[in-house]
Design a protein around this ligand. Structure first.
Ligand code: TXA
Ligand code: MG
Length: 319
């Protein structure tokens, strides 16, 4: 069921049930982060492998100290600048965070969603919310309540509808156990923004041998259709029109199956429309999605990262 009843969402969460919640990035599949029973439901409902840890959502920067052993200076600076917002910090966890949440890792991923409804919900609870993106494992993240309903509607009791996700792409994940700190997933906060606050960072994405985070598996975020990246005008000459769809940044083409991410050539708008666009093309009677990269700056890097993962063919890296 889809609705806007925060009290009902609270009651369900208090009873170890799952509730899909809106955030500024993507919808999350939330449960009491301190309850193993509730956490287990997330893994089974998403069909998520147990080695893939969950992000814990808290209501304020001050709350973070309750759940972590220490809060490095650079992490604190980033928190003060970008939280609430699309940034996730990897920090050493206290014992009250169940090992199930972190898949046995010593660090917990923590973020504060920039969404009034979910902040109201968090403020009404005395526990944080573990929430992965509310999609079946390996598929594109949901950016509307209806996306969640379409894929998980019959498996969860309630979807809190907070409208379309404003950022539209998952949070940036950064860890502090290296010098300089390491970005493990590109997301809503750009590297440029992070470096303007804490200086140089490492970037370590696409690790397939030891996926510290599943977002690092190349083929994660994949739609069901084949995705080919290149110059769209050139690709259209090579592929039969009737089998293809086009996902373009701002140009439109004379093509029956196409999604234009941002007619005004704005990367933020493109990010907001990306996952909905991939879903729409997935529903069209085509076999192949032809697409192109956007300028590789700010959130454009995260868009390009998701497009490359959608196009990856090494499906053996997915479980
Ligand atoms: O924007 C977001 O981050 C959304 C919204 C719902 O908050 N959440 C999200 O969760 O994208 P999920 O589970 O789809 O992706 C979280 C990523 C995974 O790739 C996971 O492996 C990584 O974060 N992660 C979580 N805890 C971790 C940890 N302790 N160490 C390393 N990576 C971790
Ligand atoms: Mg996800």
């Amino acid at each position: 069921m889809i609705g806007t009843d925060i009290l009902l969402a609270k009651e369900l969460l208090l009873n170890n049930e799952l509730v899909a919640i809106p955030t500024e990035t993507v919808y999350g599949l939330a449960a009491n982060a301190l309850s193993e029973e509730a956490i287990l439901k997330i893994f089974t409902t998403k069909n998520r492998p147990a080695f893939d840890p969950l992000i814990v959502h808290v209501r304020s920067v001050d709350e973070i100290g309750k759940y972590v052993l220490h809060f490095p200076y650079k992490a604190r600076l980033l928190a003060d600048n970008f939280m609430p917002g699309p940034l996730t910090l990897l920090l050493p966890k206290k014992a009250l965070i169940p090992d199930l949440v972190t898949s046995g890792l010593p660090q917990v991923a923590i973020r504060i969603p920039l969404h009034e409804m979910s902040l109201d919900l968090l403020n009404s609870l005395d526990f944080p919310l573990a929430a992965p993106s509310a999609n079946p494992f390996g598929y594109v993240s949901p950016t509307t309540a209806q996306h969640v309903e379409d894929q998980l509607g019959n498996k969860i009791p309630y979807i809190l509808d907070g409208g379309i996700c404003n950022i539209g792409i998952e949070s940036t994940i950064i860890g502090f156990d290296t010098t300089p700190p390491t970005i493990y997933r590109m997301g809503g906060i750009g590297i440029e923004q992070i470096e303007s606050v804490i200086g140089k960072v490492n970037v370590q994405l696409h690790s397939t041998s030891n996926p510290k985070s599943a977002g690092m598996l190349k083929s994660h975020y994949a739609p069901r259709k084949k995705v080919i990246i290149g110059n769209i005008a050139e690709l259209l000459k090579r592929y039969p029109l009737e089998l293809t769809g086009v996902l373009s940044f701002y140009n439109s083409y004379d093509h029956p199956f196409q999604v234009v991410l941002s007619p005004t050539e704005n990367v933020h708008e493109a990010a907001r429309n990306l996952f909905a666009g991939l879903r729409r093309l997935d529903e069209m009677p085509i076999t192949t999605i032809l697409t192109e990269l956007v300028p590789d700056v700010f959130i454009g890097r995260a868009i390009n990262d998701r497009l490359k993962r959608a196009a990856a063919t090494d499906k053996d890296t997915e479980l």
